[in-house]
Write a protein that binds this ligand. Sequence first.
Ligand code: GDP
Length: 324
Amino acid sequence: MNIEELAGKIIAGDRRALSRAITLVESRRADHRDQAVTLIETLRGTGRQAVRVGLSGTPGVGKSTFIEAFGRMLTGQGLRVAVLAVDPSSTRSGGSILGDKTRMTLLSRDPNAFIRPSPSQSHLGGIARRSREAVALCEAAGFDVVLVETVGVGQSETVVSEISDLFVLLLAPAGGDELQGVKRGIMEMADMILVNKADGDLKPAATRTCSDYAGALRLLRKRPQDPEGFPKAMMVSAVEASGLTDAWVEMQALVDWRREAGHFDGARAAQARYWFAEDVKHGLLAQLETDPARARMAALAEEVAQGRKTPTLAAEEMLRGFHD
Ligand code: GDP
């Protein structure tokens, strides 16, 4: 594959080239990885700084419906929108497929939108590191907004918040005790809570849920990266496409404020540090899986099992050998 040529096409906004590039960064083949690293390096500093929006919610809250409606509202404003997915489940059993084009039919046909379903294999950490590169590719291709969708199961939110500029939690209207269903850690991560399905019979419940969460958000510790009034809870209806423009106005206000206050670049810098450390850790762990480290591990484990060495001593020996 000619990487220079691929990079040129991506910069020109060619969606097929973008798809191919994302497939390349998701590949686990060593030669592909080398090409992917070259490609990302070639594209560094090109394109534009998109607004990266992380979106999380449990299956059934209306993520697909919301992304379809929200994405079309954005393209209607002349913006180009990319949708990526970080899928925490390796099996996809029971859950809905993220970034499924058949559930976002209108948006997937929109020339100003790009939808990429989640890769099916590998563990979350691996996928997440590649998703970050996929986001960078979308920025190089000139997208204005990159939506990163995930299912709310705990761990994936952390990962998605580390690749996005703002994190949106999508909720459905519910009874009063549902509040406890959202883990505090996830609440603390959210910049905005959107209570979906605020329409028809569900409107009163949505109103209640929204004010419950607004109250809960006010009780959280104030974060330096938040202007007055954030994190914020709002109501939307993906089906009626209502509240979406308001939500976008608030997202932009938050981003603008953070840009001016230096928090936007600060957060991206912190994320770059985070992913650097993650890549180093991952690389070290990967090295443990290959010889001679693997053989050395096995030999030391045997000595530990036979009681000839304590686990602590053996570990120290292993690490010393590893560093030398
Ligand atoms: P996902 O699993 O989070 O992607 O959820 P879906 O987008 O597939 O939506 C799950 C169900 O909720 C579907 O039956 C949708 O029609 C319904 N739904 C989604 N958004 C709304 C909404 O704004 N209002 C109402 N009343 N139903 C909605």
